[in-house]
Design a protein around this ligand. Structure first.
Ligand code: PLP
Length: 417
């Protein structure tokens, strides 16, 4: 983590709770209200024309391209990631789809970590059908990414901590590689969030987030975002349409994502959801610190338990990429996975758990558990599961904000049977 950039300006939570006032809230309200209007009117028709022709900046027009409420959330996320601009989408998958479908063309080549969110992996199938070449590699080694590069490679995609295997790519070396090869480096920061890590510090050009997870935290709103860190030179992206190659190349990526992604694909975040996400985000750092501390204690408890075969948690010294976590992240996150020695006991143990909820989902205030192979990675099939290191009895835990003692006691009784 680049500690000099850490010290610029106020801290993350100060920024979150006072950020709205920096852009001025109507009537002096101290929280941004929910703007539900779809259309925005103008006194002078010249201004309406100016919106369409891009000469009137910062004005709203039609809610599919943004509202004052989504814009306030975008400004918050830009400050959190120390970027130059952000675009919000209706879900994390919509944000990722916009990045791949608007910044890659048929014939381009994408290199991705093979340890990615299941639906992202599924999306690669659609991309391939449309003529984009996709290679997935073990990005824990930057050399495997380098070896996969082709003359038509345009983008490298990784997640900071992979779900459910918790692999951590060589984020720093990949940043250097992408800079050297002039490739767009896209980092999905969902599991770490800006509370633990800023991908900009390792050279990411774009940061994507599922806001649904720990940013909102409460599990009552879906959302996604793409932040431009300002580090990528958009003149190196041949996918940018001629009409969006304006005078300032710094704007090209965001313009294309907003027009071809948000506007044309239509997966807009509603003002109501943006408001819920912004309210949840205020406690981001508090929740992430708490759930990361608890996850470390729970991981330690499980690792020492005789019924447990292995625990995957990047905060544990036994984790293969623990050193990276210590250097780059402010904690090991709230995501862990484990396997029992007796695989046949997996479902009975899960059924005995009282507190963790048997549900899919991540980054919630409530602890969630799920057996991975028969659920979220079922459709992927046995080959993909084997390639991703997902054993048949792997259990994923998304640690919430409950007291650690309560969770550990519950796991203890469930494992005892
Ligand atoms: C959940 C998730 C997504 C997709 O987000 P949605 O908001 O559910 O569409 C993308 N990446 C990662 C790492 C995720 O955990």
């Amino acid at each position: 983590m680049d500690s000099s950039s850490e010290r610029q300006g106020p801290g993350l939570t100060t920024n979150l709770v006072h950020g709205d006032r920096a852009v001025g809230v109507e009537h002096g309200g101290i929280r941004k209200p929910i703007h539900t209007s779809v259309q925005y009117g103008f006194e002078r028709v010249e201004d309406l024309i100016g919106v369409f022709q891009g000469t009137l900046k910062g004005a709203f027009n039609y809610a599919r391209q943004g509202t004052p409420t989504t814009a306030a959330l975008e400004a918050k996320l830009t400050r959190l990631e120390q970027g130059v601009g952000t675009i919000c989408f209706s879900t994390g998958m919509a944000a990722i789809t916009a990045v791949f479908f608007t910044l890659l063309r048929a014939g381009d080549h994408l290199v991705s970590s093979k340890f990615v969110f299941g639906n992202t992996n599924s999306l690669f199938g659609t991309l391939r059908r449309l003529g984009v070449e996709v290679t997935t590699v073990d990005a824990c080694s930057a050399d495997s990414v380098r070896a996969a590069l082709r003359p038509n490679t345009r983008m490298v995609f990784v997640e900071t901590i992979a779900n459910p295997g918790t692999q951590v790519p060589d984020l720093e070396a990949l940043g250097a590689l992408c800079r050297e090869q002039r490739l767009l480096y896209v980092v999905d920061n969902t599991i770490t969030s800006p509370a633990l890590f800023r991908p900009r510090s390792v050279g990411a050009g774009l940061v994507v987030q599922s806001l649904t997870k720990t940013i909102a935290g409460h599990g009552i709103a879906l959302g996604g975002s793409v932040t431009d860190t300002g580090l990528f030179d958009w003149r190196d992206c041949p996918a940018i349409f001629e009409g969006y190659r304006g005078a300032d190349p710094a704007q090209w990526g965001l313009t294309q994502l907003r027009k071809k992604g948000l506007r044309d694909m239509g997966a807009a975040l509603s003002s109501e959801q943006a408001h819920q996400i912004a309210a949840g985000a205020e406690t981001l750092a508090l929740r992430v610190q708490r759930s990361s501390d608890t996850a470390l204690r729970l991981a330690g408890f499980l690792e020492a338990h005789p019924a447990v075969a292995r625990v995957l948690y990047p905060g544990l010294a036994s984790h293969p990429q623990h050193e990276r976590v210590r250097c780059w992240f402010k904690g090991g996150s709230w995501l862990l996975s484990f396997e029992l020695r007796d695989a046949a006991q997996t479902l009975p143990v899960l059924n005995r758990l009282q507190l963790p909820i048997k549900a899919t989902g991540l980054g919630d205030t409530r602890t969630l558990v799920i057996p991975v192979a028969p659920t979220i990675f079922w459709e992927a099939g046995p080959e993909v599961r084997a390639d991703m290191g997902i054993g048949d009895s792997m259990v994923r835990v998304s640690v919430g904000i409950e007291e650690a003692e309560d969770l550990i006691a519950d796991f203890a009784q469930a494992l005892q049977g």
